[in-house]
Write a new protein. Structure first.
Length: 321
């Protein structure tokens, strides 16, 4: 999916702001940091590294355009427009757009859990900003360990360095230097740490209302059941995997507290509530799908074998805490 250029002369769902044809403005040029498969006809399919111009926005979504050169030797550009989640793109020249910068990492233990994943090899690295002292750190994988180096800054905060006699105008220059020179580090920088923690949109789409139509939900596989409800793996809009918690013989007052609490919780480690169906029976909640199932069941299934790597166990523990 994804939109081609809209030719209408008025505002509509696919062009929230009136835009005259113009070259990309550097102030509004962004870069996608991961893939995003479109969910509705108004979305734009993203590939990691796409260059986009932002032309409109709401609380959680941005309206963007992408221009790509025509193929087969043809002159000119193909222009596409659509909505993308805010967290999936970053300003083009910003540190947040770099593959080696981990915006969500705030502590050494979080940096360590990322680096010690089996996907990373010797010299894997990342830059992160410490929540406690507001300083940048370079963390590098060294065997089964993660080494952390504080990135110092000059008085005007325009220079970056690990040692005083080797300074750089930007973090990008620092990374380039230590990718070619070990320079006192435990290992020469190799590849950026693999990013397995992908952002997730906070809502189903830019126009999704809190109450969704039951016809937009498709139940696929029953995941479990309890005294009051069943949980199903399903699809919203035939594009987006969700979990559907379907209640049996309850009224709204019985589940209102659960809904009110989940509506206010927005954290990458907590289950997201996307929508509800409460205007018809059976009532249900539409939430993020936990693809790997229950952590408790997973740990029990490996209890006797004891075949889980320490780094993976630590990863679980850090995320839970």
């Amino acid at each position: 999916m994804g939109n081609s250029a809209c030719t209408c002369k008025r505002c509509c769902p696919c062009c929230p702001l009136k835009n005259e044809e113009r070259p990309l403005s550097r102030k509004r040029v962004y870069k996608s940091i991961c893939d995003y498969p479109s969910r509705t006809i108004w979305d734009l399919n993203l590939k990691k590294g796409d260059i986009l111009e932002v032309t409109g926005e709401n609380e959680h979504w941005l309206y963007v355009r992408r221009r790509t050169a025509k193929g087969n030797g043809s002159k000119g550009f193909v222009e596409e427009k659509g909505y993308v989640p805010k967290d999936f793109i970053k300003p083009l020249e910003s540190i947040e757009a770099e593959p080696w910068y981990f915006e969500s990492v705030k502590t050494r233990i979080e940096a360590k859990r990322c680096l010690l994943r089996p996907e990373n090899k010797e010299g894997a690295f990342l830059i992160w900003k410490c929540e406690e002292n507001n300083q940048y750190y370079l963390s590098v994988r060294n065997g089964l360990h993660a080494r952390h180096y504080r990135v110092k800054q000059g008085e005007n905060e325009k220079h970056f360095f690990l040692v005083h006699h080797t300074t750089f105008q930007s973090l990008r220059e620092l990374i380039e230097f230590y990718s070619k020179n070990e320079g006192g580090l435990c290992a020469k920088l190799h590849e950026p740490c693999v990013k397995l923690d992908q952002p997730a949109p906070l809502t189903l789409s830019f126009e999704t209302k809190w109450e969704v139509d039951r016809s937009s939900l498709t139940k696929i596989k029953k995941l479990g059941s309890g005294e009051f409800a069943e949980v199903w793996q399903g699809l919203w809009n035939n594009t987006t995997e969700v979990a559907i918690k379907e209640f049996r013989d309850v009224n709204y007052s019985n589940i209102k507290t659960e809904i009110d609490i989940m509506k206010e919780l927005h954290h990458e480690r907590l289950l997201k509530l996307y929508a509800v169906c409460i205007n018809s029976q059976p009532m249900c909640l539409v939430t993020e799908l936990m693809k790997n199932g229950s952590l408790k069941k997973f740990l029990i299934s490996h209890k006797e074998k004891q075949d889980l790597e320490f780094s993976l166990m630590m990863d679980f523990a850090v995320q839970v805490t």
